[in-house]
Ligand binder design. Structure first.
Ligand code: FMN
Length: 522
């Protein structure tokens, strides 16, 4: 066992709902997913994951519903696709109470609610978990989410990152700059709880937000929670280069993933950070068991239950593949320009038949980051992901709760440990940031953008928005961006904001951007 081998970080990918990402499997007779409303679902899960020395549990979230498929929410509701869903933050204290080391990542959007209240919730969670909290920064992609917060439609893609950047600026001021470490003195003799000279207003005034402070919470162990983000777009990667400490990434092959990771590391360095300051995590599907026969049985059991309609609802597909005969070819649909034909993306080829598309949608294979096999086979694949793709970890997608996690713990963890690829035990009492970056790294590094506000003088300086350079090539734009911009002929700059601040002050304060399609599964 070599100490130089990269060890795997593992989170369990969760959501406070019945059907998060693999749809249809909640009906499996022994699946516990329908128990997500019960506190005991979460406490049992947390104890199981801590027993397996997982890095943490990672909670996705959306604040709207998937109502694009067949122009209604019916399919999402029938299939339980992320609705009903509960608040991800509120189950964390319960899980923290029954564990000592497990980490907790939770998703919260920067687009619709102003930052002050979230700063407080996050600090509270970092206190209650004793420094085990991470935040997945999302800007929200559902048109329905915009309509839930008083807008007519979505804020355009790149503008969402402009808002997010200022949102983060406010948070850093509150988390890093508003209170000194020694502000709370708890001096009973002198009857002084907090030394007022060590707490300050932040008085942030920017294009989007005006926040006075002071922060209402005293400094927590990490102050700023570990900052996660998922992105593939140019604007999103620039945002990650300034802010993120862990990025969800993916791709069809090792070469594509490596290139993507190298690109993000280079961008981070341009922001004065180290290449290794960002960890890269991918969603991964793993089906394992003691023997090949066990694995095959589980694979078939899960595959049989996968819901194509759930998948179409989740992807907000404007094309209803289920209504065509199986022999029909996509090329015919494209030639006729049937509604939604322009959405037939890179996943499918024009020469494919509807039958092939439906089989693909009903499949279980997660691409490069899917493996079904005995522990040796799974560990071989994981070693490749770590060494060939340059990944740091995985977000384990669940087919079955709790069997997916249980199987990983029972079969894969011992094999990874044998190979020196997974921790034998937790470093007791470490913060979640230390788990990624080593002992003594509980806080953001001094050279991270957010750390600048530890200097009170910096709080008085005007907000410095992230400047996003024009992408060098169209290839730097995600498919999603290229579609929005009409490929290379559109301006590569962030569009000038013609509307007032994105804070939803009044219904219809802003006209919506072009309605986007949720291409990435939350
Ligand atoms: C693994 C993973 C998890 C995600 N989780 C969420 C989520 O919980 N909520 C959400 O609104 N978006 C989620 N997203 C979507 C991202 O926040 C983001 O919208 C997407 O990656 C596209 O970003 P881009 O437009 O910058 O490329 C997730 C994406 C990935 C890849």
């Amino acid at each position: 066992m070599s100490a130089l081998k990269k060890q795997l970080h593992v989170y369990l990918f969760e959501m406070n709902c019945v059907s998060h990402i693999i749809h249809g499997l909640w009906v499996h007779p022994t699946n516990h997913r329908h128990r997500f409303n019960e506190l005991s679902y979460w406490t049992e899960l947390a104890q199981l994951l801590e027993h397996g020395t997982f890095d943490g549990v990672f909670l996705a979230d959306v604040i709207g519903t998937y109502d694009g498929f067949r122009e209604s929410a019916d399919a999402a509701l029938r299939e339980g696709v992320q609705i009903p869903s509960n608040d991800p933050l509120l189950v964390i204290p319960a899980m923290a109470a029954v564990t000592r080391n497990l980490g907790f990542g939770a998703t919260f959007s920067t687009t619709y609610e102003p930052p002050f209240a979230f700063a407080r919730r996050a600090s509270t969670l970092d206190h209650l978990t004793n420094g085990r909290f991470a935040w997945n920064i999302v800007t929200s992609y559902l048109p329905n989410a915009a309509r839930n917060f008083g807008l007519e439609g979505e804020v355009p893609h790149d503008d969402r990152y402009v808002i997010a950047d200022e949102y983060l600026d406010v948070l850093y001021k509150l988390w890093e700059g508003s209170w000194d470490d020694d502000a709370v003195i708890q001096d009973r003799e002198r009857r002084v709880y907090t030394d007022p000279t060590k707490v300050r207003y932040i008085n942030h005034v920017g294009p989007q937000f005006k926040v006075a402070g002071p922060h209402l919470c005293q400094p927590s162990r990490q102050r700023t929670p570990v900052l996660y983000q998922a992105t593939g777009s140019h604007a999103g990667k620039e945002f990650a280069a300034r802010h993120a400490e862990a990025v969800f990434t993916g791709g069809m092959n090792a070469q594509a993933v490596r290139a993507n990771i190298a690109d993000m590391r280079a961008r981070a360095m341009r922001h004065g950070r180290k290449a290794t300051d960002i960890k890269f995590i991918s969603g991964a599907g793993i089906i394992t068991g003691k023997t090949d026969a066990d694995v095959a049985k589980k694979y078939e059991e899960y595959r049989r239950l996968i819901s194509v309609e759930g998948r179409l609802a989740h992807s907000m597909s404007r094309i209803d593949y289920t209504k065509y005969p199986r022999a029909e070819r996509l090329a015919d649909i494209i030639a006729r320009k049937d509604p939604g034909y322009d959405q037939i993306g890179p996943r499918f080829k024009p020469e494919q038949t509807i039958g092939e598309v439906l089989d693909q949608l009903g499949g279980i294979n997660y691409g490069r980051y899917f493996v079904a096999g005995t522990p040796n086979v799974v560990a071989d694949a994981i070693e490749k992901w770590l060494d060939e793709d340059d990944l740091d970890g995985i977000n384990l997608v669940q087919y079955h709760s709790y069997d997916t996690a249980r199987d990983f713990i029972e079969y894969v963890v011992p094999e990874l440990r044998r190979r020196g690829r997974f921790r034998e035990a937790y470093n007791q009492g470490e913060t979640l940031r230390e788990r990624f970056f080593g002992a003594g790294h509980s806080r953001l590094p001094d050279y991270h953008y957010g750390a600048r506000y530890r200097d009170p003088a910096k709080l008085k300086e005007p907000f410095r928005p992230l400047s996003v350079p024009a992408p060098e090539t169209v290839g730097e734009l995600s498919m999603h961006e290229q579609r929005e911009r009409g490929t290379s002929s559109a301006s590569p700059q962030i569009p000038p904001r013609t509307n007032p601040p994105a804070i939803p002050t009044a219904p219809s304060a802003r006209a919506g951007g072009a309605s986007q399609t949720a291409v990435t599964a939350a």
